[in-house]
Design a protein. Structure first.
Length: 473
């Protein structure tokens, strides 16, 4: 096994994050207001059952969050799923998990630039969108250069206001529903319909459609897992991060299910009736609510739409900033191991204590937002996320049940065999519904990784290099 006793850097990451910092970064990364952006797309895929698709996704996410907790306690590394698979299964497997995870982490900041561009084009259609793409990317990159704690402080107020906006939006939807008013202008005087099970289940419900919607919604939860990449900057990471990951996923899931229940009631018909572009649903949703004369009579519909869109821009940038922080840490660990250039990717600024080169590289990738569309990128992110989730569950079984022999007591069997197996099964169901185009490009990316790994390991005659970050416990 190739081990490296030195790191190609003169600086190091600082442990200065506590529980609330990490949860805030996670919620900002997840960006709860993304439920507005994905609603049209998921409503179409799930046949009008968005909250149920969120529940399906949440079950898979929480089971996998437990597996992340087990692995963080054993390997509190910023390498996340890459490190867990590397140490628990095989260094080559770890490399491929890390390589695939780039599709998740590296593309997430790009998605937030795309979303911000959509909102800004709705506000300023006459302005060239490249002005927004370049300006927002520069802003996101500069914020990250100053460290994860700075990111947490910047995001904390935004997350609180974001939750307030979601609550207020849903409350206004609730008021309209109590009056029997739907988004398409139809009326239903039956107030009992407000507490209908229709958004969750009806005669048209199909399990495959629900799982297809949940597969897209993996993107909505992306961020809970990326918190593990902050392990080397979190105080008492073995205790703090497992709690933070589970809390973040649970809070986000509750918000998503509660909010989309009322929104699905408000948009009861085929999503194509309301949204001409399914992956640009937020401006339409805001307009549908804001154009009713009884909503916000003081500031008016136009001011309401403008305020929400402006704030949506701020929230997606907060998410992009958190995503930017996560991927730069993953790249750092892979660089420190030497599987990619140590001089570039393993560098930590001695002054800023951040992986500055990686932050700049991620910023450059985000500039490609001007050439891509939201749905395609979201599907590719789902490929990377599902790969990471699958192998984190495998890693728990391999490390604890097989290597450590913790498979004798009922508690160990539950923790290290049953729960990760259920987590993998839940993730596998989403694999079955992934878009063919995303699967194709994901596999192409994987084959490039295999070719690179063959070069790096001399035709697989030796394992991928790894830094001896932990004593084998």
């Amino acid at each position: 096994m190739n081990q490296h006793s030195t790191i190609a850097t003169t600086g190091k990451l600082q442990k200065n994050l506590v529980l609330w910092h990490v949860v805030i970064i996670g919620l900002a990364y997840i960006q709860p207001m993304t439920l507005f952006d994905t609603f049209g797309l998921v409503s179409d895929k799930s046949h009008g059952h968005v909250p149920t698709s969120y529940l399906v996704a949440l079950v898979a996410i929480l089971l996998t969050a437990i597996s992340y907790g087990h692995m963080i306690r054993r390997y509190p590394s910023s390498g996340s799923a890459y490190t867990y698979a590397q140490k628990s299964i095989h260094p080559n497997v770890g490399f491929m998990v890390g390589w695939s995870s780039w599709l998740d982490y590296l593309l997430s900041p790009l998605v937030n630039i795309i979303l911000a561009d959509i909102y800004l084009r709705a506000l300023y259609p006459e302005v060239n969108n490249w002005i927004w793409i370049v300006g927002l990317t520069l802003f996101m990159t500069v914020i990250n250069l100053f460290g994860a704690r700075f990111v947490a402080r910047f995001n904390s107020t935004i997350v609180i206001i974001q939750l307030g906006v979601i609550f207020y939006f849903v409350y206004q939807v609730y008021i309209l529903l109590t009056q029997g008013i739907y988004a398409d202008g139809t009326l239903n005087p039956d107030k009992a319909a407000l507490w209908s099970l229709e958004p969750f289940w009806n005669s048209m419900t199909a399990m495959g459609a629900l799982v297809a919607g949940a597969t897209v919604l993996c993107f909505s939860f992306t961020g809970f897992d990326a918190l593990s990449s902050l392990a080397e900057e979190t105080k008492d990471a073995e205790k703090t991060l497992p709690r933070a990951i589970f809390i973040t996923a649970l809070i986000a899931g509750i918000i998503f299910v509660f909010s989309t229940y009322f929104i699905q009631l408000f948009f009861p018909s085929d999503a194509n009736v309301y949204f001409s572009v399914l992956d640009e649903s937020q401006p339409v949703m805001i307009a549908a609510l804001g154009h009713a004369e009884y909503v916000l009579p003081i500031i008016g519909a136009i001011a309401f739409k403008t305020f929400i869109l402006y704030f949506a821009i701020v929230t997606v940038m907060a998410s992009g900033i958190s995503a930017h922080a996560g991927v730069s840490r993953l790249m750092y660990v892979m660089g420190r191991d030497g599987v990619i250039s140590k001089k570039i990717f393993g560098h930590i600024s001695p002054r800023l204590h951040t992986p500055t080169y990686n932050i700049l590289i991620v910023g450059a990738v985000a500039l490609t937002a001007g050439f891509t569309d939201l749905e395609g990128i979201v599907n590719l992110i789902s490929f990377g996320a599902l790969t990471a989730f699958s192998f984190v569950n495998f890693s728990v079984i391999s490390r604890y049940a097989l290597r450590d022999g913790r498979n004798k007591t009922p508690k160990d069997i539950l923790n290290y065999i049953v729960i990760p197996t259920l987590g993998f099964i839940a993730v596998f169901l989403m694999w079955l519904e992934i878009e063919a185009e995303a699967l194709k490009w994901g596999l192409i990316w994987g084959m490039i990784g295999v070719a690179y790994l063959a070069y790096k390991t001399g035709g697989f005659t030796r394992p991928a290099p790894q830094y001896n970050e932990f004593e084998d416990r």
